[in-house]
Write a protein that binds this ligand. Structure first.
Ligand SMILES: Cc1ncc(COP(=O)(O)O)c(C=O)c1O
Length: 407
């Protein structure tokens, strides 16, 4: 299906807005030097993570997931800590990867153009509005450096996917955290009030990781229209493909109307390509140019198998429907297990679920790990919660068996 691009942004106004809120980019080289010197997922942090009972404090989302990995490899019956999709990659993607291996000596520039053209044709975008990378993570980091390299603050919900805000803190910007509402959804009014003259970016994860909740779309569209006139809004849509109608929820249309938004998408979730690393952002051409200065992107950042797999499975409706069906069956099983053990949970729109624990989070994770089940603990309203990713049915059964011993 082809959609059309609406009026594009007035470039001069947009640059005015961006200049106002980035305060110039003259200090970026020193910031980058600082980044090189500063450890990110330092050994010390990983060691303390393990010794403190696998608490995720101090590590960004992906670092915490990665830190669990060495601890559990070999004994794992259920890998439920990184919101992956064990029903992927699609058979078509797997075959395409095998078929392309003979071309592994080639830089993948031309193939990437094909994928970008396919995405742009589907979304009705100008090619200048798209930037691809090895997953969306490098683009989150690139955004942090580009927009908060001179300091200022980022406004986000709390809790949310903390990779981008934590990166901002590491480069000495401030993270303004706005608590979720009692129903665990974003408090857009409070977020708007929290924006001040030093705000350089607003981050919204929709659906939200770790709560699995969604924002009211009409409200989010109004919010973005108003707020993006003052400051760029980053909408992380990593899990949007799990919704019944992603097209009705995405903010891509607002970008096409010229609003100063950055929309992040990834092939790591419903497409099951997390290990292959491919994702993208959609934004105004001037913002794409700006991000391109500091975000590793395009043919030198992406591998041939990743592009091949994405090209083969992009928008494969039958495959996506199959993934969602299996995921929903596993999720229903999880809900039943939790209910039968006397636990509550936040109903989730995604492939992970949060539920409140009846013991200390780090101890729960440790005990589950001993039983071969990897998952994550979280602090929410100062209480201990678990975030469990939805896996294959055998993994959910392994979880249920271990959980019944502890609950
Ligand atoms: C909300 C959100 N955004 C972005 C990412 C990064 O994903 P990737 O770098 O694999 O695209 C994740 C990973 O779990 C995520 O949960």
């Amino acid at each position: 299906m082809m959609r059309t691009t609406n009026k594009s942004i007035n470039r001069r106004d947009w640059l005015k807005t961006t200049a106002l809120f980035t305060g110039g980019l003259t200090m970026l080289p020193p910031v980058l030097q600082g980044l090189q010197a500063a450890p990110t997922a330092s050994e010390a942090a990983v060691t303390s993570l393990v010794s403190s009972g696998l608490s995720a404090n101090g590590l960004t989302g992906l670092q915490a997931d990665a830190a669990l990995e060495p601890r559990i490899s070999g004994v794992l019956k259920a890998r439920l800590f990184a919101n992956e999709n064990p029903f992927g990659p699609s058979p078509v993607a797997k075959k395409a990867i095998t078929d392309t291996l003979d071309n592994g000596y080639q830089y993948p520039f031309m193939l990437l153009k094909d994928l970008e053209a396919k995405i742009c044709a589907y979304e009705g975008l100008d090619a200048k509005m798209l930037m691809t990378s090895a997953g969306s993570s490098p683009l989150l980091l690139g955004t942090a450096i580009t927009l908060l390299g001179n300091g200022g603050n980022i406004v986000s919900a709390d809790p949310t996917y903390d990779d981008l805000p934590t990166r901002c803190e590491k480069i000495k910007a401030t993270w303004i955290k706005v608590p979720l509402k009692p129903d665990y959804t974003h408090d857009l009014d409070a977020m708007e009030k929290a924006i001040n003259k030093d705000t350089r970016l607003v981050y919204i994860c929709n659906p939200n990781n770790p709560t699995g909740t969604i924002v009211d779309v009409a409200k989010l569209k109004d919010f973005c229209e108003r707020v993006s006139k003052k400051v760029p809004v980053f909408v992380d849509e990593a899990y949007i493909d799990y919704l019944p109608d992603p097209a009705a929820t995405t903010l891509i249309e607002s970008v096409k109307k010229g609003q100063n938004l950055i929309i992040a998408r990834t092939f790591s979730k419903v497409y099951g390509l997390a290990g292959l690393r491919i994702g993208y952002v959609i934004a105004q051409p001037a913002m794409i140019d700006l991000l391109g200065e500091y975000a590793a992107s395009g043919g030198y950042a992406l591998s041939l198998p990743a592009i091949t797999a994405a090209l083969a499975s992009y928008n494969d409706k039958a495959f996506i429907a199959e993934v969602k069906k299996k995921m929903e069956a596993s999720k229903s099983f999880l809900y039943e297990t939790l209910k039968s053990e006397g636990y509550t949970y936040i109903p989730s729109h995604t492939n992970f679920v949060m539920f409140p624990l009846k013991m200390e989070g780090p101890r729960f994770v440790e005990e589950m790990m001993k039983r071969g089940v990897g998952l994550r603990n979280w602090k929410l309203n100062n209480e201990d919660w678990c975030r469990i990713s939805i896996g294959r049915m055998d993994e959910m059964q392994a979880f249920a068996a271990a959980f019944k011993e502890l609950s």
